[in-house]
Structures are given as structure tokens and as C-alpha cells.
Ligand binder design. Sequence first.
Ligand code: HEC
Ligand SMILES: [Cu+2]
Length: 481
Amino acid sequence: MKHLKLGILLFAIAALVTSCKSDKKIEINPAEIAIKGTMEAELTAPPNVPAPVGNRKAKKLLVNMEILEETGTMTDGVEYVYWTFGGSVPGSFIRTRVGDEVEFTLSNHPDNKLPHNIDLHAVTGPGGGATSSFVAPGHEKTFSFKTLNPGLYVYHCATAPVGMHIANGMYGLILVEPEGGLPKVDKEYYIMQGDFYTKGENGEPGLQAFDMKKAVDEDADYVVFNGKVGALTGDNAITANVGETVRLFVGNGGPNLTSSFHVIGEIFDNVHVEGGDLINTNVQTTSIPAGGAAIVDFKVDVPGTFILVDHAIFRAFNKGALGMLKVKGKEDKKLYSGVKQEGIYHPEGGTLQEMPDDGNKKEVVKTGEKSLAEKIASGKQIYTKTCFACHQANGEGIPNAFPPLAKSDYLNADVKRAISVVLHGKTGEITVNGKLYNSVMTKQTLTDEEVADVLTYVYNSWDNNKTNVKVTMVQEVKSTH
Ligand code: HEC
Ligand SMILES: [Cu+2]
């Protein structure tokens, strides 16, 4: 009983002390924070962020942002004309602190075709700056604002048609750090989701124009992180080491879709909900509205590849909203065991299911074998996703760089050799139709069946010799290496 009373007393004192503290905090009016000196803001392209502000004093911060309209790659074989703040999608990351006086200069490159402006959600003022920043190609505009509220904010173009300017990639993030900065972490990254609408369907090759109707219908062809499919996968993955803390500044440019942001195999230790002061802990998936943001952080405890997704999962696996965090370091079997035991699961008593072995291999293959027409159709899809970028739409290749597959004597002379090229890649001198090539074809990561299908498509197109490449042939070539 005595202990309980003491406890209550202590609790009351603690509450009093903390409430005094927070009272004191409220006393600082951000509008009154004096600025000392001038500095140029460091701007970074995703997935990088500028160095933390920490405890630097408020300053006059010069931000120089250039608008560029330029063609980029949406995915292999698909090009898109992006409109950008600073040459990247999302645009350059801006890092400030509360009380800074930001002097913002927006320049519109003379080669651009359209006027643009900027609405920063961190701005207290009409249009978030849009009305003061409207700028024609070959011109620049300067305006300034004081950062009054700490948090992570979206900025975007607000020139009509606004939806189209955003859909073409005109968005980014501006961070306003609180007094004293954010808690220290080991790694920080910048990720922003966006949805894209193209005249052609997902994967349809060539330069794709923006499709206004699909945008109005919210029928996205691509939903991606950092402006394109694969911006954060493979060699572009973000990285960390076991034991480190990772902070992600995650935004959503939209224009339409809300992100269900999730990292497979991780739990967010802290989430600054909607990029504001409210911190939620132990979160699996955080909702990021179009035109909104969140700051998430977590400690990585085990090595491996952690997949970043929009958990509206077809967007991740079919439209591109997929990234990777690669964590290196020592395993900890106590935290994650890996496969402890592997066996065959026999729900029907063990008589019906059998893992294929050499004895019944043929039968397994037989059930997987498609008709010639089905193989050609599937091969065509694989071709437009992986081979098209180099060998071109009709297999014509590019002189001195990529050999033709159309009427290729090299291809038609030896199917096993062609299979080997696709399986293992090819480098060194080769002669195709009398022309010498000395370049590199990278190893293609395809399944045996995909190799068979894509080559069957190639052989049955463009006057080639109509070979039907079987999975067994691919397996045979594989086993001789
Ligand atoms: C990154 C570009 C690139 C991609 C993607 C690519 N290739 Fe190639 N391919 C080349 C180059 C370069 C060569 C010539 C290599 C050399 O000079 O040794 C080549 C050679 C070949 C050859 C033998 C030469 C010929 O013209 O007959 C075949 C067959 C071939 N590629 C098929 C494919 C298929 C099928 C795919 C898709 C699954 C593919 N390639 C994807 C660049 C590429
Ligand atoms: Cu614009």
C-alpha cells in the first residue's frame, strides 16, 4: 500500500515535470526563430538524402531547383517522357529545419515545352508557393518562405492539368527537421511511390505516351518506387548491415493511389504517421495517402534481402511497386532459423504425391509442355520484356552493337549454341550475316521453360527456320556445362 502511494506521488511529479517541459517547447514560436547566416541547400536524387541538419541554427537556405523534361526508361523496352524536379523522379530531396527561411529559385530549362510551378506542402502561404513560382521555359522565379512546422512533406507541380503534371513525375519530398534534429540512425534513404498511365498496356514496348483517360479512371499501368520498375532492385537495392538502424523517408506522389507500404520480413520500430509528430511503434504496414508521406525506422537484426512493397500486392508483382533492402552480416539462428528441416508433405497418405526424380522426369516435362502456338505466345511476351531492348522489335538488331536475330545465320545454324547464348550470355567476337560483333550479352535469368519459349518465338519469327525448342533441349545444354 505504502509503495503504491509512493508510486502515485512519483508519477504525479514526473507528469508535472514533463508537462512543464512541453509547455516550454510550445513557447518557441517558429515564426520568431531568428536566422543566422546563409547556406546553399544540398539536394540529392533518390534513394539518397542530404546530410542530417542536426542541431545547426536556423539559416537562410538557398534552394536552386531546375525543371527538366526528359525521356527515361519505365522498364526494359519501355520509354517515357518524364517531367522532373532536378532530373529525377521523385525530384531532389530538400532537407531543412524548423525556422529556416528558404529562398527557393525554380528554373524551367529552355529546352522544356511547358510552363510549371511548385506547391510545397511545407509552405504556409497561398498555393504552397504555386502562385509565386509559375515559370515558362527559359525563365526562373524566386520566392521565399519560413518553415513553421516540422515534418516530412510532399512537393509537386500544380500547373494545369495538375493531374498530368504529377502523373509525369513532378513530385518530391521536403523534410523540415524539428529543433535539435531527428534521432541519429545509421542509414537513411528516400523512396517515393507513383502511379503511371500509358497508352500501351504494362510492358508494351516503345516510347509510351501519357493516357489521360486511364489516369481519370485510376487504371494504372505502372505503380513504382522512384519513377521506374526496378529503381530499387538488384544492383540498385538499398543496403544496410546487421545491427544498423535504417530510416526511410517514404512519400507518395500519386496522382491517384494510396500506398500500403510494407517491408517483407521487417517490422517498423517507429512510424511518424503521415510524416507528422505522432509516432506509432511496431507497425507492419503503413498507409501513405497520395500527396502524403511517412518516416519509418527499424533496426535490421538478421541478414537477407527484404522486399519493399505496396501491399496492394498485384501492384508489387505485376505493376512494379517492388524494391529491395539488402542486409549483410552474421546470421542469428536464435532470431531466424532458416529452414530447419525439409521433407515431403503427404496429406493423402504418401501415395499420390511424388517429387520428380530421374526415373519419371519425362512424365513431369510432358505435363508442362505447351502447344507450339502457346509457346510462341509466351515467348513473345518474354521477348518484349527482356530481349527487345537490345535486339529490337523485329529482331533487326542495331548495327555494330546488337546482332540481328531476324534471318540470323548464326542462330539458324546451331540451336544448342543459341540456347547456350541465352543461358550463359555471350562475349567475344562473333560473325552474324557476314558482320562482325564484339560486344557483351549479359546472362539472362530465365527458367528453362522461358528459354525454350523465347527461342521458339525467335525461331518462328522473321524468316528463321521454325525450330521448336523443347525444355529437354535446354536442360541438356545446361547439363553439358
Ligand atoms: C543487353 C543486351 C542484350 C539482351 C537483353 C539480349 N541480348 Fe542477345 N546478344 C546481345 C549481344 C551484344 C550479342 C552478341 C554478343 C557478342 O558479341 O559476343 C547477342 C547475341 C545473341 C545471339 C547470337 C547471335 C545472333 O544474332 O544470332 C542470340 C541467339 C541472342 N543474342 C538471343 C537473345 C535472346 C533470345 C534474348 C532474350 C532472352 C537476348 N538475346 C537478350 C545483346 C543482348
Ligand atoms: Cu509541371
